[in-house]
Ligand binder design. Structure first.
Ligand code: ADP
Ligand code: MG
Length: 341
């Protein structure tokens, strides 16, 4: 007889708990799927959303595809093609590596994964509904992968209740989309909502023109280029002239090794650099890339990898602050006067 009080949870429950951590709202699905498309080498990534993502999120890419036998593994928790050993965790070069996104999404939606590799003559399809997978079936499709996520959270009513209006959800989803698109200007991305095109971004080798398409020419025109390198840490990108500022810090994009992150300390450094140049309550606008050896940063702190832990955050802080201060001095920027507001 089973006399123990402590029981291992059934895998379906374990998966739902894990899914709750990774997939919070439609924007989380968009982020994970678009990142996968990029990891797969897709040069073209098309995102279509219906009703803020509550009804449908579809992401199609022309990347490497998945072989039919691999389809069930793609939706298995902790199954990934991107890392193999614990050491790999400290030299991750891809956006994903935890192998839990597709499993999580398939757990809480009606999910279809259709894919074809370049050397295959036909594609295959896997349908999973609320974590229950059907057998893999042949399917006609172009080389690449298409993921369709319908009725998100249909089997987790509490989560479903927390969904906001389609307008609010598409706002978050758009933000998730553009954070990846910003980091990969060389690829074409599109986003549409209820059949209406929100973004159609042509590939470019000029980061400033990707910024212009995403955030407007007015911002792009005022950008000041910055660059520095210290002890193997490369800082590059653009900060806006103080004449362009915002009432919040949402237009501060920081890409760490190609991944958009949030970092309080670096945002603080940015604020310090603009001290005296902006009116109180105004925030600078920036698009910065930080490239550092992968072993100097732990990206595995949070399931969504939005926050990371730097080995030497203090040094990055000083580098950012001094790079901007030096630039501002040489550019002879004028502080924004109250009267000009
Ligand atoms: P991770 O990205 O962390 O590996 P995911 O759950 O997002 O985990 O994906 C699981 C696996 O499925 C990936 O490692 C990859 O091999 C495969 N995969 C997912 N999306 C795509 C895609 N768009 N194209 C090709 N392979 C994909
Ligand atoms: Mg992934």
């Amino acid at each position: 007889m089973d006399s123990t009080v402590i029981k291992l949870l059934p895998s379906s429950v374990i998966n739902k708990i894990a899914a709750g951590e990774v997939i919070e709202r439609p924007a989380s699905v968009v982020k994970e799927l678009v990142e996968n498309a990029v990891d797969a080498g897709g040069q073209r990534v098309d995102v279509s959303i219906e009703q803020g993502g509550a009804e449908l999120i579809r992401v199609a890419d022309d990347g490497c595809g998945i072989a039919p036998d691999d389809l069930p593994l793609a939706v298995t928790n902790h199954a990934t093609s991107k890392i193999q050993t614990a050491d790999d965790l400290f030299r991750v070069g891809t956006m994903g590596f935890r192998g839990e996104a597709l499993a999580s999404i398939a757990e809480v939606s009606r999910f279809t994964l259709r894919s074809r590799t370049a050397d295959a003559t036909a594609g295959a399809e896997l349908v999973v509904s609320g974590g229950q997978a059907e057998p893999v079936a042949p399917a006609g499709c172009p080389v690449g992968t298409t993921v369709e996520v319908r009725n998100l959270f249909f089997n987790t009513p509490v989560r479903q209740k927390f969904l906001r209006t389609p307008q609010t959800e598409i706002g978050h989803a758009t933000e998730a989309f553009l954070r990846v698109a910003l980091a990969h200007p060389g690829r074409r991305f599109s986003l549409s909502h209820n059949g209406r095109v929100i973004h159609d971004l042509p590939p470019t080798d000029d980061w400033r023109s990707r910024i212009a398409v995403l955030f407007g020419q007015e911002i792009a025109d005022t950008l000041i280029e910055v660059a520095s390198e210290q002890d193997g840490v490369r800082l590059s990108g653009y900060v806006a002239n103080p004449t362009v500022s915002r009432a919040n810090n949402r237009l501060q994009y920081l890409l760490l090794n190609g991944r958009a992150i949030r970092d309080r300390s670096l945002q603080h450094a940015l604020g310090e650099a603009y001290r005296g140049l902006l009116l109180t309550g105004r925030y600078p606008v920036c698009f910065l890339r930080l490239d550092l050896p992968p072993d100097q940063v732990d990206v595995n702190v949070h399931p969504t990898k939005l926050e990371v832990r730097f080995q030497d955050g203090g040094r990055l802080y000083s580098q950012l602050l001094s790079t901007l201060r030096t630039k501002f001095l040489s550019t002879d920027l004028k502080p924004v006067e109250r009267s000009s507001e």
